[in-house]
Write a protein that binds this ligand. Sequence first.
Ligand SMILES: [Zn+2]
Length: 270
Amino acid sequence: MTFQLNPFLKKSIQSVADVGQMLFRKGWAEKNAGNLSWDVTDTVKVKTNQLKTSAFHKNSHLPKEMAGRCFLVTGTGTRYRDIEKDPAGCLCILRPSEKGNGYHLLWGGQRPGFGPTSELSSHLRMQSSLLKRGGKLKVVLHTHPNELIVLTHLPETNNQEALNWALWGMIPEAKLFVPKGVGLVPYRLTGSDELAGATVEVLEKGYKVVLWEKHGALAVGADPDEAFDLLDAMNKSATMYLLCKQTGRNPQGLTREQVEEIARTYPEKS
Ligand SMILES: [Zn+2]
């Protein structure tokens, strides 16, 4: 018995494809940059005989607590922009085994040499931290938003406090949509355990947006659109900041009192 996509999964795959298109059009997804994971455990029922007929791949680096859960993830080397035309070649649904020695490929991966994102182990560590936060946040989205990255190259905004006040000061929505601000992770080697570990630490403090110095950003949300919106709002602020700087002058920005008034008037719901 082969694995069949239910209507929720079909819709989920379409929304990953839609967000992939937006990321590419924004210029945040050059070549195969970026990756995404979505915890779809709640909607996937896997029968024992389906596991027997699905391919098993060894991987001893997956966090043990994610065993038996199901994830929709992007493939390694695949492009965000290609998901729309070839979802089954660019994405897969996988289930880490109970024994902790690998995962079953339930759906997708229909491309020669396909593998899930090379960041699978990091994604599952982040997914594990989201589960500890109550399980409402199911998507981890990584991409390269230009203007946010630029701010980590400027000494004046390359520290978390200055960065967040600069971002909150540019448009009221920045404080409204991302009240806790951006968690800044100092530069670590791409794909390293150190980068994953530092990111998990920031997520465990309750941040929904993480900025990797001189690399890119990561956002978490209930679905890909929610994660995208957070990055979109913060990158808009970063763009406003840089547009002001391009005039040769420093932005005036909202005052701290004005930003705090927004926080007081519209407290975070979740
Ligand atoms: Zn990246």
